[in-house]
Ligand binder design. Structure first.
Ligand SMILES: [Zn+2]
Length: 401
């Protein structure tokens, strides 16, 4: 399989929301195409026409306008197909794909810890809480240095885009300025970013060198970031979206979780966090709140139809019922698929390429082991097939808008 990585094709194909109504006769269309069409790609396309169907079509003409948007797709049955193709060829606007190349929608990665890019593929030798303190927090603390943040994020986003990830839901760090650098990198490389200003203020579960100083300061900072990103978007090429991001229940105090829930409601924003990822995380909620992880998040207004919860490895049926009722989606990760969940919870259809458990920023590489896992588990719910087919980059895209 070869993914055609031309910017116009992979990046823009998901951004085809703007359609131009073309002419009323062939001649008008051809004249318009000369003015507004930058490139016409001739080749095979794969896309999902609805949540259950993937369509493969040969010999399509994908017309890309000067702004990089798809404004028309022609098939050989269209009456003006040959004329448009001939005109494009004459105007040197035609880009013909090879037989082993095809166009497909850009991938949407639902869970990336952007600051962990320098750690990608390193050290799978610790349990979650030890891993965080040994590798994650020391690295994330470095992002208070803007030049470091700028360098890493620029490299990461470029690498992701080059490998077909055109939209990403990011965990940043606790640093507003570094998170703005991530937004700038997304804009620079024409990736649509959903960027989480991470909140972690619990003194008992976070190191002094990497912690929000108080719940009030954490909430104020989170709200400031929302406004900073709104201002950034006024001149940005692509809209970047702030995401309410409590790291997870253990890293936050009840006060910060409550404040974040209020911010999400006030600004109608997406929410992301981790839920029941490990025994330690799962047990923390039980011991400190006498509730399950999911119930704690729900109590603070953090489970909505704009929420994406990562991992969910240990979710039980009551958690899944709660998620389903609230409209929460699960971002699962290779090697961490919540098997019981995906058998009974059809919303668990998304896939992420988390950098801590992955080693390359290539979404296709993340899909393969999941696909193998599905094929080798005959009891898997049929819906789970969707995990690696269309939903992760198509349905969620629509829902996140
Ligand atoms: Zn994570």
């Amino acid at each position: 399989m070869t993914v055609y990585n031309n910017r116009y094709t992979v990046i823009r194909i998901m951004n085809c929301s703007r359609k131009i109504k073309f002419g009323f006769c062939l001649n008008i269309f051809i004249e318009v195409s000369i003015i507004s069409i930058a490139t016409i790609i001739d080749g095979s396309t794969i896309t999902s026409t609805n949540p259950q169907t993937i369509t493969f079509l040969n010999h399509q003409l994908v017309c890309i306008d000067n702004s990089g948007y798809i404004d028309r797709i022609l098939s050989p049955n269209d009456t003006d197909y040959e004329a448009v193709k001939a005109t494009a060829k004459r105007k040197q606007q035609l880009l013909s794909l090879n037989k082993d190349e095809y166009l497909l929608p850009g991938f949407i990665d639902l869970h990336i810890h952007a600051p962990q890019w320098p750690n990608a593929g390193l050290a799978l030798d610790r349990s979650l809480n030890e891993w965080l303190n040994t590798y994650t927090f020391p690295l994330e603390a470095k992002y208070q240095e803007i030049d470091f943040a700028k360098s890493v994020y620029n490299n990461l986003v470029q690498e992701l885009v080059n490998n077909g990830t055109t939209t990403a839901l990011y965990f940043g760090t606790i640093h507003n300025q570094a998170n703005l650098e991530l937004a700038r990198a997304c804009n620079r490389h024409q990736q649509r970013g959903f960027i989480g200003q991470v909140t972690m203020d619990n003194r008992e579960q976070t190191p002094g060198y990497y912690r929000d100083r108080s719940a009030q300061k954490a909430i104020t900072k989170a709200e400031t970031f929302i406004h900073q990103l709104m201002d950034f978007n006024k001149t940005a090429l692509l809209h970047q979206t702030p995401v309410i991001t409590p790291r997870f229940v253990p890293s936050c105090t009840p006060e910060s979780l409550k404040g974040l829930g209020q911010l999400a409601r006030q600004y109608d924003l997406p929410i992301q966090s981790h839920c029941s990822e490990s025994d330690w995380e799962n047990n923390y909620a039980l011991e400190n709140y006498h509730q399950r992880d999911a119930m704690v998040l729900d109590q603070f207004g953090l489970l909505t139809n704009k929420t994406i919860m990562a991992h969910g490895t240990l979710l039980n049926q009551s958690d899944l019922d709660l998620f389903k009722k609230a409209g929460v989606a699960i971002a699962t990760v290779r090697f961490q698929m919540p098997i019981s969940a995906t058998r009974s919870y059809p919303l668990a259809k998304s896939l992420s390429n988390i950098l801590k458990s992955g080693w390359v920023p290539i979404f296709r590489a993340a899909i393969r082991p999941v696909f193998i896992a599905i094929l080798t588990r005959p009891l898997f719910h049929p819906e789970c097939f969707m995990t690696v087919s269309t939903h992760h980059y198509h349905l969620r895209d629509a829902e996140l808008r």
